[in-house]
Design a protein around this ligand. Structure first.
Ligand code: PMP
Length: 446
């Protein structure tokens, strides 16, 4: 059979250039917190496939559930009949929703598709068209999701027009306001909420505005947890004007932040929630959760998709929900999170490192280190600094980590390295990853 090198060469020639790729070679196996490449290279995985394999690679209970479903019924087609895993998944998810009003589910394959469906639902439920999103936000690469994505131009560059009727306000993150990192959160929150008021007065009348879509912990745009006051502020504006609040928990959901959903840290009630990634630990599955009073306005047939809510993916997701509960995953996230923050703060307190690290932030095991701009030690911020520029400290640190055996990645925007290890990672592996990161930072700054 064809050698691994020749297969890679085939890939380089015949797989679209539209895909970026962090590492060379062929990823061949995954087990728990580690992945192995075809050439034998073994890496500790702090990417979890971008926040997906949250229970580690090939969790035996999840893989087993999927394998059994594979031999029972692979494809039932959601518009032909219910299948059991679909309904069992609803049964598992109902009690963990951040608010009991979230009681109506529909499942898709990808986060982007679910974002599209959430927007459709908001438009149908309100009879209004406009969507307000966040500058810095990321929701996917399909046309509607791309329209509400404002983290980087690369996703929509050259392919406009995207979905119309979209307006945006700055996320309460200093870059989005052109302010220094030392800016108090309360200032960022009030500036963002003021922009929302302005927007509703000047550009998008409340009676035309269907929804506000927000990531409660900004993901691709820099791993920034939203202050609870910001989310509460959005909720208040929504309540005042009959606008729906769409909370995108694609990356932050399913125990990632130490609660089942990030939005729980603020106590704010979403009207619509979008879920994916950790939901099925690697099987393609996403979902939209809304209120029955809203989803009842959808005519049968307006939602659906050939593979939407696949039986194998749903069976995997049922197992995920059972493992999160049965294996005390939330407690592990909280413990490991403390250890990770402690070690990153200790690294930052080193006087040689301090000027280059602007921030250590996040929640649970969705954590980030933001580096200063490569323009110099302590260089504050630079709106055009991209983590993929060759001078970027973040991308050089990532490269050094990978060379030392730690698979880790930047966020799509800014000088940010993100930590998204498996939620059931051991104390030893977490410590090992944090140590490699520290060595890599020192090596790059030397
Ligand atoms: N929303 C958020 C918050 C995400 O992080 C992502 C993926 N990174 C998406 C939506 C899109 O999901 P998908 O890539 O599955 O389409």
């Amino acid at each position: 059979s064809t050698s691994a090198d020749d297969l890679c060469e085939l890939g380089r020639r015949h797989v679209t250039n539209g895909l970026g790729r962090l590492t060379e070679g062929i990823m061949a196996k995954g087990s728990g917190s580690y992945v192995e490449y075809e050439d034998g290279k073994r890496l500790l995985d702090f990417t979890s496939g971008i926040g997906v394999t949250s229970l580690g690679h090939c969790h035996p209970k999840v893989s087993q559930a999927a394998a059994e479903q594979c031999l029972t019924l692979v494809h039932a087609q959601c518009s032909i009949a219910f299948h059991k895993p679909y309904l069992q998944l609803v049964e598992r998810l109902l009690p963990v929703m951040p608010h009991p009003s979230l009681d109506s589910f529909f499942f898709w394959n990808s986060g982007s598709e679910a974002v599209e469906a959430a927007i459709k639902l908001a438009r149908v439920a309100t009879g209004r068209q406009h969507i307000i999103c966040m500058q810095g936000g990321y929701h996917g690469r399909t046309y509607g999701a791309m329209a509400v994505t404002k983290s980087k131009t690369i996703y929509s560059e050259g392919v406009f027009p995207v979905m119309p009727g979209v307006f945006s306000i700055p996320y309460p993150y200093w870059h989005q306001h052109g302010l220094p990192p030392s800016t108090p959160t309360s200032t960022l929150v009030s500036r963002s909420l003021y922009q929302l008021d302005l927007l509703l007065a000047q550009q998008s009348a409340p009676r035309d505005t269907a929804a506000i879509i927000v990531e409660p912990l900004l993901g691709e745009g820099g791993y920034v947890p939203a202050a609870p006051e910001f989310l509460q502020g959005l909720r208040d504006v929504c309540d005042k004007h009959g606008i729906l609040l769409i909370v995108d928990e694609v990356q932050s959901g399913f125990a990632r932040t130490g609660k089942f959903f990030m939005i729980e840290h603020s106590g704010v009630r979403p009207d619509i929630m979008v879920i994916a990634k950790g939901l099925a630990n690697g099987f393609p599955l996403s979902g939209v959760v809304g209120r029955k009073e809203h989803t009842d306005k959808l005519k049968p047939g307006t939602m659906g998709g050939t593979y939407a809510g696949n039986a194998v993916s749903c069976a995997a997701a049922v197992a995920v929900a059972d493992v999160i509960k049965g294996e005390n995953i939330l407690a592990n996230v909280q413990d490991r999170s403390r250890e990770l923050f402690d070690s990153l703060e200790a690294l930052r307190s080193d006087p040689d490192v301090f000027p280059y690290i602007l921030d250590v932030r996040g929640a649970g095991l969705m954590v980030a280190v933001e580096f200063s701009s490569p323009n110099g030690p302590g260089a504050q911020f630079d709106p055009v600094t991209k983590a993929d520029s060759p001078k970027s400290l973040a991308s050089r640190v990532v490269k050094a980590c990978i060379d030392k055996g730690l698979l880790i990645m930047t966020t799509s925007a800014y000088e940010v390295v993100r930590f998204i290890p498996p939620l059931n990672i051991s104390h030893q592996d977490l410590k090992k990853g944090a140590e490699i990161f520290g060595q890599a930072v020192r090596q790059v700054l030397r």
